[in-house]
Design a protein. Structure first.
Length: 114
């Protein structure tokens, strides 16, 4: 599996912003990357996916216009800028690599309070 390390989570107020980062030490693979999230008692859901070249991006409807995903292949990093956070965004956010096999990181917690 591709090693993934996330950072950048935290506890914030509604309306605040965070920047979530994910890096991998894998230097040879070419694959889409992205972010999923899982709230307590809920299934894991996709947040955003970005292709290797960055020309294809998808967002969950619930985050469109508030979250922005980007990647820097020279640093083997993908970033999720999360703005105008809502209480409903509270979840553990997992980095994802569309490698073989699909891989998710351990996650970083985002907690949003009103």
């Amino acid at each position: 599996q591709v090693p993934l390390v996330e950072s950048g989570g935290g506890s914030v107020q509604a309306g605040d912003s965070l920047s979530l980062s994910c890096t991998t030490s894998d230097r040879s693979g070419i694959y889409d990357m992205g972010w999923y999230r899982q709230a307590p008692g809920k299934e894991r859901e996709v947040v955003a996916i970005i292709s290797w070249t960055g020309d294809r991006i998808i967002y969950a409807d619930s985050v469109k216009g508030r979250f922005t995903i980007s990647r820097d292949n020279t640093k083997r990093a993908v970033t999720l800028q999360v703005n105008r956070l809502k209480v409903g965004d509270t979840a553990k956010y997992h980095c994802y690599a569309d490698a073989q096999p699909d891989t998710w990181g351990q996650g970083t917690q985002v907690t949003v309070s009103s």
